[in-house]
Design a protein around this ligand. Structure first.
Ligand SMILES: NC(=O)C1=CN([C@@H]2O[C@H](COP(=O)(O)OP(=O)(O)OC[C@H]3O[C@@H](n4cnc5c(N)ncnc54)[C@H](O)[C@@H]3O)[C@@H](O)[C@H]2O)C=CC1
Ligand SMILES: O=C(CO)COP(=O)(O)O
Length: 391
């Protein structure tokens, strides 16, 4: 292949994102061997991202192998296996009903088989399941495999608070970036326009353009006409906001459910954004403050989640019904997960370990309401910064 013919010009249609941080015109070298991609996870967001990825893998056969595997946590629905339903009817009837999936997306219930000979793994499961998935994958993933985590949460354990991408890197020995943005899954699945942010550090053992994953490859993998991707380096910044805005959204749900309206919700979001940024500065100093304002993964995700995400809905029902968080999650979400319920506990445990609970009154208030039944109506007092000292 000549040098000119060797490059794909991806300017038209798919990659015309019009964003200043990542070029709207991407010249991508054809892969020496097309990258094989697997998505681990098939929930609401897992299936949506698998659809996005499968569309691009079909569209760029010079770069990606056309068949995309999606690992499915198998379950039966009216006597039929979910994987069989997906592979024959091309719909995930439980977690993404009403959306037709590309026929090159293959559901696979066997985790180890789904990553055989793979080049890129896209992780997309509720974060509480990640440790078990990683322990099962250990020893089955080559160190040259690259990964992107679409999960929103942290791992809190013996090593303190960890980004999930770092956890994946440590557990599996593979380079892992993140994808996070203002992305309510059903809206993306319905192909309503939205933006997202992908963050990835090029590893020291990068094997060269056309042979390894770089920012251009990631843009080609995730960008769609309806899903505009900005690729940056700040993995920590986008991951912190993605995890913590779920906790803030619970706070918004409480005040909405109490009937306090938009002003109260805006106040919670203001305080929440401050705590998100403080958390980043204290525990992940490598994160960049401008990411919170400039990227879809920052304040835009906070706004969309607090307006229409699952966390806000669960918290709203807690306030209106008096039921506990787990009952509300079960009643509303049909097996999906409100990740803020787990994240607020993990964050509380971490902040307690380092004696910083008082620096994060909103995160602490949300934790106390969810786990210790503190009255929601006391939220304003719990988060108010009293500055009444006389000189
Ligand atoms: N749904 C959304 O709008 C968005 C979600 N996210 C994030 O993406 C991640 C994945 O979320 P969703 O795909 O929406 O998941 P989900 O909330 O729909 O969860 C259901 C999924 O969990 C699986 N599951 C249940 N038990 C399991 C087990 N023991 N082991 C492994 N898997 C099990 C189910 O099979 C199903 O695939 C989360 O961290 C979420 O915060 C990010 C952006 C948007
Ligand atoms: O992360 C999300 C939107 O970007 C979805 O938030 P929920 O998990 O609260 O639905």
């Amino acid at each position: 292949m000549s040098a000119a013919a060797d490059r794909l010009n991806l300017t038209s249609g798919h990659l015309n994102a019009g964003r200043k941080r990542s070029s709207s015109s991407v010249s991508l070298k054809a892969a020496e061997k097309p990258f094989k991609v697997t998505v681990i996870g098939s929930g609401n967001w897992g299936t949506t991202i698998a659809k996005v990825v499968a569309e691009n893998c079909k569209g760029y056969p010079e770069v990606f192998a056309p068949i995309v595997q999606m690992w499915v946590f198998e379950e039966e629905i009216n006597g039929e296996k979910l994987t069989e339903i997906i592979n024959t009817r091309h719909q995930n009837v439980k977690y993404l009903p009403g959306i037709t999936l590309p026929d090159n997306l293959v559901a696979n219930p066997d985790l180890i088989d789904s990553v055989k000979d793979v080049d890129i793994i896209v992780f997309n499961i509720p974060h509480q399941f990640l440790p078990r998935i990683c322990s099962q994958l250990k020893g089955h993933v080559d160190s040259h495999v690259r990964a992107i985590s679409c999960l929103k949460g942290f791992e809190v354990g013996a090593k303190g608070v960890q980004l999930l991408s770092s956890y994946i890197t440590e557990e599996l020995g593979i380079q892992c970036g993140a994808l996070s943005g203002a992305n309510i899954a059903t809206e993306v699945a319905q192909e309503h326009w939205s933006e997202t942010t992908v963050a990835y550090h090029i590893p020291k053992d990068f094997r060269g353009e056309g042979k390894d994953v770089d920012h251009k490859v990631l843009k080609a993998l995730f960008h769609r006409p309806y899903f505009h991707v900005s690729v940056i380096e700040d993995v920590a910044g986008i991951s912190i906001c993605g995890a913590l805005k779920n906790v803030v959204a619970l706070g918004c749900g409480f005040v909405e459910g109490l009937g306090w309206g938009n002003n109260a919700s805006a106040a919670i979001q203001r305080v929440g954004l401050g705590e998100i940024i403080r958390f980043g500065q204290m525990f992940f100093p490598e994160s960049r403050e401008e990411t919170y304002y400039q990227e879809s993964a920052g304040v835009a995700d906070l706004i969309t989640t607090c307006a229409g995400g699952r966390n806000v809905k669960v918290a709203r029902l807690m306030a209106t019904s008096g039921k506990d968080a787990w009952e509300c999650e079960k009643e509303l979400l049909n097996g999906q997960s409100a990740q803020g319920l787990i994240t607020c506990k993990e964050v509380h445990e971490w902040l307690e370990t380092c004696g910083s609970v008082e620096d994060f009154p909103l995160f602490e208030a949300v934790y106390q309401i969810v786990y210790n039944n503190y009255p929601m109506k006391n939220l304003p007092d719990m988060i108010e910064e009293l500055d009444l000292h006389e000189d």
